[in-house]
Design a protein around this ligand. Structure first.
Ligand code: PHE
Ligand code: NA
Length: 437
């Protein structure tokens, strides 16, 4: 076997992982889900889960990837746990489902880039979303988005994407800060902040518990967890790296961008008197488009914003397709280009219903985030906490001298709280999806 390349620099791995994490999950999914779920209590549940569940599961993926130096499926046999291979298969399945509708939302972003230049959404944000989101427009741009992702994966231009992430992340942050600052001057701002940031303390605990399942789905989705992306990326990682420090950085960047997206979106929703509970998957796009419609030089700012969001979506979509392709190449001994084209075509076909109807998009989203990623995360926690604990501890401690207490705490967090919460979330997810179908 060829010697596996490792990331040339610390920043290479961080950029790739952050590029995967930061995407539509932060800027589209987080604000609309928070709006729909009642605001601040959801934010609290989400932050709690990112720290207590997301971070520990990310470390399991890092440990498995770095020790095995393999793709999601071969990783398990490599570290002496062949029976756990099916985690990789669930991950690949999750990737199929996620990318099939992620590319539809990616297509919306392209339509908004065009709409910024042509003034298509200025003054009629609702109507523009309506014509962009479902039907033949959505399908055509879905295909375009998939074709771009497939081209990037088949040429294997990871470096290009890392460079793109380097530009994209500061630009996204800068633009969100700008929007949030502008939003702060609007008359609806304080109402928006109250909804988003100040929970009703008398009901907070109960509310947050009721919102745990959705918040857990969001935590996994936004951090790219539960399907092996982080296993794959960490498989190129050198042994001297402190993975706890890396994971903290990734989590903090991803979470900050989501919070910032909320700060940008909520004032606009309230300024326009949109009922945040009813907007559904369109909430973010409608809110942002009306922001750009009223902003000075909004066409230019809007275009730049959606262009950066497009890059953010591409680096995430790339990571999903790359996981599936690299496992297919290694397993079936096929060439990268035909494998990529065939897989992308199947994913596109699987996603056709989600482009034609928002109901399907919502269904696929629930299957992915409430069942597949959570199921993958649960299995990873059981594996890392119970079956592979000593190997996992040893691997994490490399590059982290003197970390015994921390790694012990990590194992126990995985063993009990993570396993219990994810089992509960999985159970509610199965009931929920069964109710939709
Ligand atoms: N984390 C990405 C986002 O927030 C989505 C994603 C999910 C990427 C799962 C990879 C795997 O947009
Ligand atoms: Na994210």
């Amino acid at each position: 076997m060829a010697i596996r390349e490792t990331w040339a620099t610390r920043i290479g791995f961080i950029l790739a992982a952050v590029g995967s994490a930061v995407g539509l999950g932060n800027i589209w999914r987080f604000p609309f889900l928070t709006a729909e779920s009642g605001g601040a209590a959801f934010l609290v549940a989400y932050l709690f889960l990112v720290a207590v569940i997301g971070l520990p599961v990310m470390l399991v993926e890092f440990v498995i990837g770095r020790e095995s130096k393999q793709n999601v499926v071969d990783a398990f046999p490599e570290i002496g746990a062949p029976t756990w291979k099916f985690i990789g298969a669930i991950g690949a399945l999750a990737g199929f489902v996620i990318l099939s509708y992620y590319s539809v939302v990616g297509g919306w972003v392209i339509q908004y880039m065009v709409g910024s230049l042509t003034g298509g959404y200025a003054g009629n944000a609702e109507a523009f979303f309506g014509s962009a989101a479902e039907g033949t427009n959505a399908l055509a741009y879905d295909l375009l988005f998939m074709a771009i992702v497939a081209a990037i994966v088949s040429f294997g231009v990871r470096d290009g994407l890392e460079r793109a992430a380097k530009v994209m992340i500061p630009s996204v942050v800068g633009l969100l800060v700008l929007l949030a600052a502008y939003g702060a001057t609007l008359s609806g701002a304080s109402e928006g902040y109250a909804y988003y940031l100040s929970p009703d303390l008398s009901t907070l605990v109960g509310d947050a518990i009721a919102l745990l399942p959705d918040a857990a789905g969001q935590a996994f989705f936004t951090l790219s967890l539960g399907m092996g992306v982080m296993i794959t990326y960490a498989s190129y990682l050198g042994e001297d790296r402190n993975m706890l420090r890396d994971s903290l950085l990734i989590v903090v960047v991803d979470t900050s961008i989501a919070i910032l997206a909320g700060l940008a979106v909520f004032p606009f929703l309230f300024a326009q008197g949109v009922d945040p509970g009813t907007g559904g998957v369109g909430t973010t796009f409608v809110g942002l488009a009306s922001a750009f419609g009223s902003l000075p030089a909004g066409q230019v700012v809007g275009f730049v914003f959606f262009a950066m969001l497009f890059l953010a979506a591409l680096t995430s979509a790339f990571s999903i397709l790359e996981v599936i392709v690299s496992f297919t190449i290694d397993t079936f001994d096929v060439d990268r280009k035909p494998a990529t084209v065939a897989i992308a075509a199947v994913i596109f076909l699987v996603g056709v219903p989600t482009a034609m109807s928002l109901d399907y998009l919502t269904l696929y989203d629930a299957i992915a985030n409430r069942i597949l990623l959570i199921g993958g995360g649960l299995l990873l926690a059981i594996f890392g906490g119970w079956f592979y604990a000593s190997g996992a501890r040893e691997e994490l401690q490399k590059g982290m001298p003197g970390g015994e207490t921390l790694t012990t705490a990590w194992i126990w967090i995985l063993r009990i709280p993570v396993v219990l919460v994810l089992a509960y979330v999985l159970y509610t997810g199965i009931i929920e999806v069964a109710g939709i179908v």
